[in-house]
Design a binder for this molecule. Structure first.
Ligand SMILES: Cc1cc2nc3c(=O)[nH]c(=O)nc-3n(C[C@H](O)[C@H](O)[C@H](O)COP(=O)(O)OP(=O)(O)OC[C@H]3O[C@@H](n4cnc5c(N)ncnc54)[C@H](O)[C@@H]3O)c2cc1C
Length: 811
């Protein structure tokens, strides 16, 4: 009875102690860190709607006058990238370290001519702004996309299309454009004047210059009535031919193919009518909050049940209602209605394939097979029709085509992106084999051969670019992939190299992780200098860890695709380090301090612990911590140090402490090692880089391998972790310059130097300072540098004797 009582008391006491300690750990983490950290002003990034293409630009201008554009071009010689509404999805709007011209404020309506039914606008104007300007004249836009958020300049450069019947690409409604070329000169281009520029720039993705103004034809606004018909997909092509194609009363038309089988189709037309309006709004109100539509899209993407419910309940109910609207109202939708309700590790993407009308059913079959084979989560496939393009160099409709607009959900991690690349290339090829093409404003996943097959006049376009933009100033990811002769060849080698691509956000996220390598090294240095372990600032180390954690979260959140796996790992190692360091602090400041006061710190055990700490800190530069042989050192402390000697108290206390700590760590390491091998596929021990390796450069370090080579461009495999920081400076010294590392254009590095001096890394931007907790005389600075300037940056660091490179954070 008494025994049981004691047992109960002991359990209660232990639970209370565990709870109290957990509360202290939580409180310590809460009190640590830097929640007020703000992204430095120099962190100037541009991204598109998918958030998959974050790009750091050198400078950004938001012109409102033509001279600002011409002057910016004349007075700089950097690459130039152009952004409109930023709804393209593959980095078409940005280029690393470029002068980014954000056209959204260059958006005035210049004139409306009701006699000739045309409007002159600045290229940053959105369709919505134009619709509002046309309203008083009862006019409507002739061709545009389904949504009204896009800019005219972006739409012209993509040569977009909408749901209009009897039309096709936007170029059909363009009378002329004004362009600013690479040298800052201004030209007016139309089918009769500078026709090469007109047909090159429309659909030219900003590769020839900046479109500053456009004259577009407009049409009378009118009433349209929605009519729809459910039918088997196999009947759609002939239904379209007999009822829609030549029906001059149909204004808008599209058909939705229901996933996952695509055997049923809903054909939806908007037909001219004199019936009374069912909704008198002339344009949809702006700034509406959309909750229902995104919710429905998430449900459709969420499961086959969601897809079934849409096909069998939601749509039949929705299309039951009579709808008679103004044409402009039907063209004033807001992209916000598609906004996903969650913003974590999935995004909604678009892909589009153009297929000659005769091959509609063939493509449906191929598409169904590819989607099922690759497990693609398709939300909708919308069919549009287009008549041939009148002559743009990058025409996607060289003949009459059906467009298959695929709206799907994908993961944001590198593996998911590679999966999208695989099915995209397969469907691109099918469309090409059927005499069609694929669309260019989405993630740039096509091969160079596919680009030229789908766009057979591409070489004429590239020759025109060479003539108008000889220094290749107008750049973006699309032109980077197809303008430079060797780019695609190496791209294929990159795609075939497993784990070539890594998320750029990981250069930031590895910073706190690496702190748990640098801090043990600080402890090893501290002990090697004969200092008392009780004096090591464990709590300041914890604060530093959580400070870095807070900062990298701010630097990545919202700007890069979410990386919950990495953040969870940082939280797990942060919490376990907090527990360890708090226990150490409690122990070292009581028992440790007492034994060192009695017996000093010059015992054989103290020395052996210092050696063990050094061995551990050396290993974790290149291997996972759980690979350290903790038990080997436990054995050593009992076998290699005399048992009876002076300062016995300190010796014995250190033996016991070390044995307890390292034995526990040995068990924990086995557990974590086992869990890591079970949960994760083994990570590649190389980081890959595309670099310029001159023929005459000295031999590469033995640890670095060549994977592929074309002229001077070479794909290198460089050891990861500590080896990366050792090899990269050697490569830089051999004159090698890096084009990308792991597919990224920026990389973080840290330098160490005297706290009393200030340092400047010319081509980088400082992210923050970080303390070396046991060395107030030193400071650590964390910088972010463009990968293409990494070589020169490292050479610069070597020349500034006062600072040394600590680490390059290899994603
Ligand atoms: C939800 C959604 C729906 C879409 N619907 C359709 C659709 O119905 N039909 C369709 O065809 N496409 C559609 N798209 C695809 C396409 O991205 C857009 O049609 C078009 O790119 C949007 O224009 P933007 O202003 O956002 O252009 P951006 O994405 O900003 O730019 C596109 C390209 O144009 C260049 N550019 C921008 N402004 C200029 C300028 N002034 N001078 C020179 N170059 C310039 C950019 O550098 C870039 O290469 C859709 C995309 C999304 C995300």
């Amino acid at each position: 009875m008494t025994q049981r009582k004691w047992l109960r008391r002991a359990i209660c006491l232990s639970l209370c102690l565990i709870l109290a300690f957990s509360a202290m750990v939580a409180w310590t983490i809460h009190r640590s860190g830097d929640p007020a950290y703000k992204i430095p002003a120099t962190e100037h990034t541009v991204n598109d709607i998918t958030r998959l293409n974050v790009t750091h630009v050198g400078r950004e201008i938001q012109p409102t006058r033509l001279e600002e554009i011409t002057t910016a071009l004349r007075e700089s010689d950097t690459p130039v990238s152009i952004g409109g509404g930023r709804f393209s999805q593959g980095g078409q709007i940005a280029y690393p370290e470029s002068l980014h011209v954000d056209m959204r404020h260059y958006n005035k309506v210049i004139s409306i001519n009701t006699a000739s039914n045309e409007i002159r606008v600045q290229a940053g104007a959105t369709w919505r702004q134009i619709e509002e300007a046309l309203e008083p004249y009862n006019l409507a836009i002739r061709i545009m996309q389904t949504y009204s958020n896009f800019t005219v300049g972006g739409s012209l450069s993509v040569n977009v299309h909408g749901r209009y019947i009897g039309e096709g690409a936007l170029v059909r409604s363009v009378r002329s454009i004004q362009m600013v070329l690479a040298d800052g000169s201004v030209v007016e281009a139309s089918p009769d004047q500078h026709a090469d520029i007109f047909y090159g720039a429309i659909g030219g993705y900003g590769g020839l210059g900046i479109i500053t103004e456009a004259t577009l034809s407009v049409v009378p606004n009118e009433k349209v009535e929605q009519q729809h018909k459910f039918m088997p997909t196999s009947e759609y092509a002939s239904f379209f031919k007999n009822n829609i194609r030549s029906n001059h009363d149909v204004v808008f038309h599209n058909a939705d193919l229901y996933p996952p089988d695509f055997t049923e189709t809903n054909s939806v037309s908007w037909v001219r009518t004199n019936k009374p309006l069912t909704d008198t709004e002339r344009l949809l109100p702006t700034n509406q909050t959309y909750r229902f539509q995104p919710w429905v899209i998430d449900r459709i993407a969420g499961s086959d049940t969601g897809k079934w419910l849409r096909q069998n309940f939601i749509d039949p109910l929705y299309f039951k209602r009579d709808r008679v609207f103004w044409r402009s109202r039907e063209a004033s939708y807001d992209v916000a209605e598609l906004a996903p309700s969650r913003h974590d590790d999935v995004v909604y993407g678009l892909r589009e394939f153009f297929v000659p009308v005769a091959h509609f059913n063939d493509f449906v079959g191929v598409m169904r097979k590819q989607f099922s084979e690759h497990n693609v989560n398709v939300v909708n496939v919308s069919i549009r029709h287009a008549f041939p393009d009148p002559g743009t160099l990058l025409a996607w409709s060289r003949q009459e085509v059906f467009a298959f607009v695929v709206y799907y959900q994908q993961g944001t991690d590198v593996e998911s992106r590679n999966q999208v690349r695989t099915w995209t290339q397969a469907l691109n090829q099918s469309a090409i084999d059927l005499g069609g093409a694929y669309y260019l404003p989405y993630q740039v996943f096509e091969t160079n051969a596919q680009f030229h097959a789908a766009y057979p006049r591409a070489n004429e376009f590239l020759a025109l670019k060479q003539k108008l933009d000889p220094k290749n100033r107008f750049r973006n990811r699309l032109w980077d992939a197809h303008y430079l002769a060797d780019a695609q060849e190496l791209e294929e080698a990159r795609t075939n190299t497993r784990q070539y691509y890594r998320g750029e956000e990981q250069t930031f996220l590895t910073i706190p992780e690496w702190y748990l390598v640098f801090n043990p090294k600080e402890l090893a240095d501290f002990l090697a200098a004969g200092k008392n372990p009780s004096d090591f600032p464990y709590m300041a180390s914890l604060n530093e860890y959580w400070t870095q954690y807070d900062r990298v979260r701010v630097l990545t959140a919202g700007r890069y695709p979410a990386n919950p796996q990495y953040l969870t790992m940082l939280r797990v190692i942060g919490i376990s380090t907090t527990v360890e360091y708090m226990l150490k602090t409690a122990y070292e400041s009581t028992i440790g301090r007492l034994t060192s006061w009695i017996g000093g710190t010059d015992t054989a055990e103290d020395h052996l612990i210092a050696q063990a700490q050094r061995a551990y800190s050396d290993l974790i530069y290149d291997k996972a911590w759980y690979e350290f042989s903790f038990l080997h050192w436990v054995k050593k402390i009992w076998l290699d140090t005399p048992f009876f000697e002076k300062n016995f108290t300190r010796k014995f206390e250190r033996k016991l402490l070390f044995t307890a700590e390292f034995t526990f760590k040995a068990g924990y390491a086995s557990l974590i090692g086992w869990a890591s091998h079970t949960a994760y596929t083994p990570s590649d021990s190389f980081i890959y880089s595309t670099a310029t390796v001159p023929e005459q450069s000295t031999a590469l370090p033995a640890t670095v391998k060549v994977i592929a080579r074309k002229n001077e461009k070479t794909i290198l495999a460089i050891p990861r972790w500590g080896g990366f920081t050792r090899d990269i400076p050697n490569l830089a010294n051999a004159g090698i310059d890096f084009k990308d590392i792991a597919g990224n254009s920026r990389i973080a590095l840290s330098i160490i130097g005297p706290a009393s001096q200030s340092f400047v890394v010319a081509s980088g931007h400082k992210l923050f300072n970080s303390s070396l907790v046991s060395r107030p005389d030193l400071q650590r600075q964390v910088w972010i540098v463009p990968v293409n300037k990494l070589g020169s940056t490292l050479r610069e660091i070597q020349q500034q004797k006062a600072m040394t490179l600590e680490h390059i954070y290899d994603y």
